[in-house]
Write a protein that binds this ligand. Structure first.
Ligand code: ADP
Length: 440
């Protein structure tokens, strides 16, 4: 396949494709993020004070040491990681030492909704709970971005808030390639731009679906027939009231079945679900019900272990290992479409996978443009991302050629302005275009 021609076509046709697509609904995770840039000295001092050294990160944060171990994992490996904070005193410690950071709209659902509405999709409906003023104000002023208010009205998020104060915050600690610290006489150089996320979210961690949203959306499935489901990384194994993740997952499954019965297509965006029991509940209960899954190399390597296959090589994006894991996952769980993304290429596993080649190229240009500017692009803007070179690593990976697996080498931005939200942009745009079935 001539990838340059494919990218040219994607740049030229993206707005037309967006016009032909359907409405998209998104739930159940919108939140405020606090952005913090890593200060090497301050970070090093904290690691020394708490005697933290590189290790496997914990599953969640119950102490300052856990928090620093997670942060150090991202700093030393360049790999993204998100951990939930379990204890309020650790949340207070982080707030005391870092403040709230620069507040921005976050949460997988809100990020994807803004990416899609900015890109030009005309109908985007996002679940925001609770819709408090501090959170509502972070939504951009896009007329095609809507939510359901607790009075059951379809409104722009800014116009229907109720209550003032944030009940949740997700801190994003950005690390930059080349940043250095010294630990026990050993120098650690950050290999890649990325971020570590520490999340405090007691209000939404059950992924409860508010009854007013459920009721209103059920009557509107035909207007928003694609549903992007995300936020599982903020779930807990068990809850203070005795509820369990399996119970919560069954609730979500009943929602999925009901909307599929009304004609919806459902995509799950995996994100960094560090807790094994939450992942297991997703894999066993939810995956058999969904149509589409989006995930990156860290997420796939964890799932591979969960379903009993080796994760070797997946973290490094070795395409044959990635392909095998995706095929086993598809066969065991019956997921029709799986979209894997890593730095350098995307791999799509589905029937006649190359029918989505153009859609994936549109998503790749959007991601490159977003990496370059730090902002979600519109479909008109993505042509300029053609200046970024295609990844050599991705071109090598694309030697695999199968009817039900397509690999697209992606364009790489040398010094990205920001990396957070790129995966969300990639998966949401590709899924939103996924039923256009362009032949290539
Ligand atoms: P997030 O969770 O922030 O949405 P992920 O870690 O899941 O992001 O995905 C990030 C993706 O963004 C990578 O898999 C890669 O495809 C893309 N990406 C990362 N850095 C760059 C870059 N410098 N240029 C182009 N694409 C990038």
């Amino acid at each position: 396949m001539n990838y340059e021609d494919l990218y040219k076509a994607a740049a030229g046709e993206s707005c037309e494709m967006v016009k032909r697509s359907h409405g998209i609904a998104l739930g159940f995770h919108s939140v405020a993020d606090g952005l913090i840039l890593t200060e090497e000295r301050k970070f090093q001092k904290m690691l020394e004070d708490f005697r933290v050294n590189p290790s496997e990160p914990p599953q969640s944060i119950s102490s300052v040491e856990d928090f620093l171990a997670g942060y150090l994992f991202t700093f030393s490996t360049g790999k993204a990681l998100q951990l939930m904070i379990d204890k309020e005193d650790v949340k207070k410690w982080i707030e005391e030492h870092f403040g709230k950071g620069q507040l921005r709209l976050g949460g997988t659902s809100a990020n994807m909704a803004v990416a899609l509405a900015s890109f030009g999709f005309s109908k985007v409906l996002v679940y925001v709970y609770p819709l408090v003023k501090e959170l509502a104000d972070l939504f951009p002023d896009l007329p095609n971005l809507r939510t359901v208010s607790n009075k059951g009205k379809i409104i722009h998020p800014r116009s229907g808030w109720n209550g003032e104060k944030l009940g949740a915050i997700h801190w994003i600690f950005e690390v930059k390639k080349g940043q250095k610290i010294s630990l026990s006489g050993r120098e650690i150089i950050c290999p890649r731009d990325n971020r570590f996320i520490a999340s405090w979210n007691p209000v939404n961690s059950k992924l409860d679906i508010a009854s007013y949203f459920r009721k209103i959306y059920m009557g509107m499935v035909s207007q928003y027939p694609k549903f992007l489901l995300a936020g599982f990384h903020i779930m807990r194994d068990t809850y203070p009231d005795g509820d369990t993740v399996e119970n919560r997952m069954r609730e979500i499954v009943s929602f999925v079945r009901e909307i599929k019965g009304k004609g919806a297509t459902v995509h799950v965006e995996m994100a960094s679900v560090r807790r094994e029991r939450v992942r297991k509940a997703m894999i066993d209960l939810l995956f058999p019900e969904i149509d589409s899954l989006g995930l990156n190399e860290v997420e796939l390597s964890w799932i591979a272990e969960d379903i009993g296959i080796s994760s070797t090589g997946i973290m490094d994006g070795e395409e044959d290992k990635v392909l095998r894991a995706l095929e086993v996952l598809r066969d065991k769980k019956g997921i029709k479409r799986i979209h894997f993304h890593t730095l350098g290429y995307y791999m799509l596993v589905r029937e006649k996978a190359n029918r989505e080649a153009l859609n994936l190229a549109v998503a790749a240009l959007a991601a490159a443009r977003r990496a370059e500017t730090g902002k979600p692009p519109s479909c008109n803007e993505i042509k300029s991302a053609m200046i970024h070179p295609m990844s050599e690593f991705g071109i090598k990976a694309s030697r695999i050629f199968k009817e039900d697996a397509f690999i697209l080498p992606t364009r790489i931005v040398d010094r990205p302005k920001i990396t957070v939200g790129l995966g969300d942009t990639i998966s949401s745009i590709a899924f939103s275009l996924s039923d256009l079935h362009n032949d290539v």
